[in-house]
Structure formats: C-alpha cells, structure tokens
Design a protein around this ligand. Structure first.
Ligand code: SF4
Length: 521
C-alpha cells in the first residue's frame, strides 16, 4: 500500500477490461468514428450487407468525382427537402442521431413547417434486425389515409451500410403509399442528386399505379394541349414564363418534378415531352423514358439558349419549322432587348451545386460578362452537353464534379471582379478582397428563363462588382489581425513556433515516404 493521499478509494477499484468481438469483424460500420468521411469503409459494409445492387445503380447514375465523400451538406438533405415540400406526405428518417439532428435543423432553418419522423437505433437493434421492425411499426402507426397520401422512409448512411431492408416494407398501408429509399453519403455525392433519388422512386411508384389502373386526375383538370413536364426546382415565375413561350407552339407547361403533391406525378408522366431544365435527374429520366417520353436537355435561357430549346421542343413534338420560327420571333427580340438594357461588365468565376450553374453562366455571358471558369458539383450528363459546348465555344473552362479545391484554385488563378459560388468559395474570395455572391441565396432566387430571366441578374451582379472598393477597405481594416492559427484575440503576440512546425512537417514527410514505399511493395 502506498502512502499516497487520495480523495476516496476509487483508485483501488478493479478495472474491467473489454475484449474485441470477433462476430462484428465483418461489419466495420459498427466500429466507432465512422461517418461522412469513412466512405470506403461504409461502402464495404453496405456491400457485405447485401446492398451491392443499390450501390452499383448509384455508381451508374451518380458517378463519383475526385473525392468519395460529400463536400457540401449531407446529401440526404436533398431528398428530405423534396419530401417535406410535398402536401400530405410524411417523412421518416432512419440514421444516426447526429445526422438526423443536423438534417432536421437545416430543414427547419429552411422553413419546413412539418415534423420529421425519426426511428432511433442502437448497435443491438441494428444488428438484430429490430430496427427494421421499429421502422415497420412506425409506418403502420403513421399511415392515416385522412392525413397522408404517402410516407417516405429514408435510410441514412449507417442503416444503408447495415442493410436495413426498406424494400421489405409494405407498398401501402390503408391506402397510404410507403416509399423506402436509401440515401447514403457514400453513394450519392451531392444533395442535388439525392432529390433525384426520391423523385425517381416516386415516379416509379406512380408509373406502376398508372399501369395497374385508373389514377386521380390533376386538381386543376387536364390541359387541353400537350404538356411539357419540367424537371428541376426553379424560381416560381420560371414555369409560367416557360408556359408563355410554349403557348405559340400549341403546348403547355406541365407539372414541375420534384412534384408538390402525389397526383402531380401522374400528370407529369402524362406529358408529351420532358424538359430536363436541371440536368442531374438521371433516375427520374429513366422513369420518363420507360413511360415513352422524350427528354430534352438545356433550358430556354438567354437568346441562343431559348432559340435552340424552342427548336428542340418543336422537333420532339414534330411541329413545323414555321410554327417554331413564330414562337422564336415572338420572344427572341424581347430577350435580346432585355440583355442589351442590363449589361454586365467584368470577369466572373462561377461555381455551385444546384445544377443550374451552366445556365446562369450562359445568361451572364450573353449579358456581356467574361466567364473564364464554371464549376458544378453535378456530373456530366447528356442534358447539359449543349450548355457545356456553348460555354466552351465562348472560351469558358467547364468543370463537372468540381471540388471545392478546383473552385478556389480557379478563383485565385483568374482573379475575377466577382466570384459567385458556395459559402467557402465566397469566404475565400472575401479574404482576398474579391467581391463574392452566394449562388444559392442570391442567384437561384431569381428568374432565369426567357425574357423574364434575361437581365434579371444584372442588378445584383453589377452591385456586387461595384463593391470592390469596399472589399479593399475591409481587407485593409482587418489586415494584421492574424490568419490560420494566429487568428483571434491575443493579449500579446501569438506564440509562433516555426521550429515546431518544421519538425512536424519532417515527420509528415517521412510518414508519406514510408507509405509510398509500402505501396511499391
Ligand atoms: S447521413 Fe449524412 S451526415 Fe450522416 S454520415 Fe451520412 S452523409 Fe454524413
């Protein structure tokens, strides 16, 4: 016995040591510390749990970029938002509490006026399959046909990796449709594409219903003209503008997908053609093609974009060239005049994850801006090919699946008068005294289509470019407050230790060399 003076006898308590469990060695997902940044481990676990088919389909639909983990917010936010925006649709999440906390926080931050259902789990309910039973119980409890048309159940990363089989849920309970989807961050690179996962699943469900028998008509009645379904979430005035441009062709704008209520899905499938205004809806396009609907890429933005789009719509419906020319003549002069009346002068780099980046760049170039770089987190698809070609013909570098590093490097290299981008890009730009605009808040919240879109960006863009002097003033004001590890409030000078840093760097270099040598073996 030592003569150490202690507060109590806790130090003498026997320490119980655990031992590793062999039976979970095939399920790396149950180990601690796996999350968004554990892509390959999660994927391995999901494949071991029998989810290979889903992951292979994701890999085809949403090819990965230079990184295998999300660089923006949790991808599941995309599908969550689509479900929350639909009338008479309930949403249930199954995932880690921290993920669900973040997702519900962001959805309420963005104005969801609805509760998000959550089925919690622990290692035991996950491993024994009880979690699936809990999910099934929760949908049975929720399935009230007076309140809901459908319930969307979403598996987040951990339940997907553990193979919680949502496909075994009943298709419907008391007439309430049950739609189960897996939206893992390790299979779906952006929240834009997660919107497609849910939209595609709902279209698939609605298509099976149509095949099985008569379905509900649209609330506003059926259009007497053939319709064009619009794929992609747009500024509310844009579908109206598109409708006005389709009228001289004897056509009407159909519903927008992602839809706002279930029966719109039937009307969306009942169209003459689909306009993939946003180009990343691969699974949804598959459903429309299965229903025999032609799909048209790009969008009626600016002069050239509108001219080409109207022609493509005319071709899809087999309309005469006179009719197409009449529609073009009705709108193109007005678009040209609006663009001329609202010129944009300056060099702009543009990046985002909404899917409309290429369209916005087209509009800005036609307004007179110089755009050396456009980065989009979305992948290259056939429906953005015409936009990419047009931009390349104007000397713009188009980067699909652009990473944050790509966007920042472009901004630093081109030294633009304005950087339009995501939050970290704009933050970086402001540090460099380059004016910045958030794509999502300030650009997506404006009309882009037809005459209403032409010139709509000039005001906000020109005001931002004109603010350069203010940015310089701010940089000068904050100059010297420190950056990186010397940022913040210090009573004296920050304790910089370049010698420690050099020693640590040496260690890192050594470890990197060792890893490289290991690779060769
Ligand atoms: S569900 Fe979203 S937040 Fe949670 S680990 Fe997956 S990607 Fe990350």
């Amino acid at each position: 016995m030592s003569d150490e003076v202690t507060y109590d006898n806790a130090a003498t308590a026997e320490v119980i040591k655990g031992h590793p469990r062999d039976d979970v060695s095939d399920a790396p997902i149950l180990q601690d510390g796996l999350g968004c940044h554990s892509g390959s481990e999660m994927e391995k676990a999901a494949r071991l749990s029998g989810n290979s088919e889903i992951l292979d389909q994701f890999a085809k639909d949403y090819p990965q970029g230079p990184h295998d983990k999300p660089q923006s917010m949790c991808p599941a936010f995309g599908s969550l938002r689509v479900g929350l925006r639909m009338r008479r649709v309930a949403t249930v999440l199954s995932g880690s509490a921290c993920c669900v906390y973040g997702l519900t926080f962001v959805s309420h931050f963005y104005g969801a006026r609805r509760s998000v259902g959550y089925v919690p789990f622990n290692s035991e309910t996950l491993v024994t399959g009880k979690l699936f039973e809990d999910i099934r119980d929760s949908v049975h409890e929720l399935a009230d046909p007076d309140k809901y048309d459908a319930i969307v159940v979403t598996n987040l990363c951990v339940p997907t990796a553990s193979g919680v089989p949502l496909r075994l849920l009943p298709d419907q309970i008391n007439g309430v449709r049950i739609v189960g989807i897996d939206v893992p961050g390790f299979g779906i690179p952006t929240h834009a594409e997660a919107k497609d996962v849910l939209a595609g699943a709902m279209l698939n469900y609605a298509r099976q219903e149509i095949k099985a028998g008569p379905v509900a008509a649209p609330i506003g009645g059926k259009s007497d003209r053939p319709t064009v379904t619009l794929l992609g979430e747009m500024f509310p005035a844009d579908p109206m503008m598109i409708g006005a441009m389709l009228a001289p062709l004897g056509l009407a704008a159909g519903p927008v997908v992602p839809a706002r209520e279930w029966r719109e899905l039937y009307a969306a499938l009942d169209c003459g053609a689909v306009a993939a205004i946003h180009p990343f809806y691969t699974a949804s396009v598959r459903e429309f093609e299965a229903a025999g609907r032609p799909v048209i890429g790009s969008a009626p933005v600016g002069h050239d974009g509108t001219a080409a789009w109207l022609k493509n719509i005319g071709d899809a419906f087999g309309l005469g060239s006179d009719q197409v020319a009449a529609a073009q003549n009705a709108f193109l002069p007005a678009i040209k005049a609006s663009l001329a009346n609202a010129p944009v002068k300056g060099r702009i780099t543009l990046s985002g994850y909404e899917g409309s980046e290429l369209l916005v760049a087209r509009l800005l170039i036609e307004s007179g801006a110089e755009i050396p770089y456009v980065g989009t987190a979305c992948p290259k698809t056939p429906w953005s090919a015409a936009d990419a070609d047009w931009l390349k013909s104007k000397g713009t570098e188009v980067k699909f699946r652009a990473s944050l590093e790509d966007d920042c490097a472009a901004m630093e290299a081109f030294e633009p008068d304005l950087a339009i981008g995501t939050t970290p890009v704009v933050q970086k730009a402001k540090e460099l005294a380059i004016p910045g605009l958030y794509f999502t808040n300030l650009i997506s919240a404006r009309p882009l289509m037809g005459p209403a879109g032409a010139g709509s960006l000039a005001e906000v863009v020109n005001a931002a470019i004109a603010g350069r002097a203010r940015m310089d003033k701010m940089r000068d004001f904050f100059e010297g407050v420190g950056t990186g590890d010397s940022a913040g409030i210090w009573e004296g000078s920050p304790n910089l230790r370049p010698d420690f840093r050099a020693v640590h760097q040496k260690k890192l270099d050594k470890a990197a060399r060792a890893a490289k040598a290991q690779e060769m073996i």
